[in-house]
Write a protein that binds this ligand. Structure first.
Ligand SMILES: NC(=O)c1ccc[n+]([C@@H]2O[C@H](COP(=O)([O-])OP(=O)(O)OC[C@H]3O[C@@H](n4cnc5c(N)ncnc54)[C@H](OP(=O)(O)O)[C@@H]3O)[C@@H](O)[C@H]2O)c1
Length: 366
């Protein structure tokens, strides 16, 4: 079989864009991949100097083109797919422009800041006949695949409760109020930035569980605690109650002033427990505890699953994009449009209950 080499353009030169390109520049065979490969052909930034510095620093290939606007990069016919690493509130306009230029799109989480923006992007992607996916990288990592195998084997019984938290101390008293984690104009706060990760575990363990039959949670509750600095949420907790086949509840939280707890995810079954070590966006191990009899809580056996690979884990999602583009798919069957829509619907509801309203003009579609 011939190897599909996907030709990427990178939009933005910030922290996550650097992480992504370092991973996809690694040799795919180092992670056992031989059917797809990646080539970065262009970088677009708000400044041509920043684009060139990024190329010199991260890519070290003089053939990669530097553009001083995102639009110029999107006009480059050698770019097949675009990776978007701008702050949340820009995802919609950057992705829309990319789709209209007939580029396939992998866009950082959260893919948009509300459900209406996402529906609009999906409609444009379909009209243009191009691929669109949110960069929910955790879902593509080898650990997630093994987690699902065990979680869905039936040996532990049905999942009943899931606790997941992603927190990170952003030192908010000492960073500028214009930092994207604090600035409401950039969709700041814990929920939109960190919330996708506790949620992705609830989606993997509960929503995707075969017995759930893809039923959305019947009830969503949310509560936010805001920082006085800018009014964005510093701590958010939300629960999802699944009743469409499973009777299960997810209790999720995220915080921008605390470190991540350990374990970061606990999934409880009558026959045992799965504990996932932090960081829950790219964990390298999880532990399965099997009880001596259902409901006893007495651990008869414990198994620790460890995962090693070259790179930090952002490349697995890129492999998925390359395979989908090769196969002419407009969406991934793994991280589907429906899962991103569910995520956005949950975040809209939690923001509503938590009283988080974006400043006027931030939402591009309402
Ligand atoms: N998957 C993950 O693990 C992960 C981790 C961290 C962040 N993220 C996501 O990635 C996105 C960016 O986060 P980041 O930490 O990389 O942010 P960052 O370091 O601030 O980088 C954002 C980049 O976006 C561009 N940009 C365009 N307009 C901007 C504006 N008005 N203000 C600031 N930057 C602007 C800039 O690049 P140019 O100047 O070159 O245009 C900037 O360097 C967020 O949506 C976040 O949720 C994902």
């Amino acid at each position: 079989m011939s190897v599909k080499e996907l030709k990427w353009g990178i939009i933005s030169t910030g922290w996550i864009a650097g992480c992504f390109v370092r991973d996809i520049l690694g040799d795919p065979s180092s992670r056992g991949v031989s059917d797809v490969a990646h080539k970065i052909v262009a970088v677009g930034s708000r400044s041509v100097q920043a684009a060139q510095d990024f190329i010199d620093r991260e890519i070290k290939d003089p053939s990669v083109k530097a553009y001083g606007t995102y639009e110029e990069m999107l006009a480059d016919p050698s770019v097949e797919a675009v990776y978007i690493g701008t702050p949340h509130t820009l995802h919609f306009s950057n992705a829309k422009a990319s789709l209209l230029a007939k580029k396939h799109v992998l866009c950082e989480k959260p893919i948009t800041i509300n459900t209406a923006e996402l529906h609009s992007l999906i409609a444009i992607a379909k009209e243009q006949g191009v691929f669109l996916m949110e960069a929910l990288w955790t879902r593509f990592q080898p650990l997630a695949l093994e987690f699902k195998k065990i979680a869905e084997s039936g040996e532990l019984g049905d999942p009943v409760s899931l606790h997941a938290d992603l927190s990170g101390d952003f030192d908010i008293e000492n960073i500028p109020k214009t930092h994207r984690i604090l600035d409401p104009m950039l969709g700041g706060g814990a929920l939109l930035d960190l919330g996708p990760y506790p949620l992705v575990w609830a989606i993997m363990a509960l929503y995707e569980h075969p017995k759930n039959k893809a039923a959305k949670p019947e009830r969503i509750t949310g509560s936010m605690s805001k920082t006085l600095l800018t009014g964005v949420d510093a701590f958010t907790s939300f629960t999802l109650t699944f009743t469409g086949g499973l009777n299960a509840q997810a209790i999720l939280s995220d915080c921008i002033t605390l470190p991540a707890p350990n374990p970061g995810v606990i999934v409880r079954y009558r026959n045992g427990t799965i504990l996932v070590a932090p960081p829950i966006y790219s964990p390298r191990s999880f532990t399965v505890q099997y009880f001596d009899k259902p409901g006893s809580g007495v651990i008869a056996r414990e198994e620790v699953k460890k995962f090693e690979y070259v790179g930090k884990g952002w490349h697995f999602q890129a492999d998925e994009v390359a395979r989908c583009v090769r196969d002419g798919k407009l969406e991934s069957e793994v991280w589907t449009h429906a899962k991103s829509i569910l995520e956005m619907e949950i975040f809209d509801e939690v923001r509503k209950q938590g009283g988080y309203v974006f400043p006027p003009g931030v939402e591009q579609v309402v």
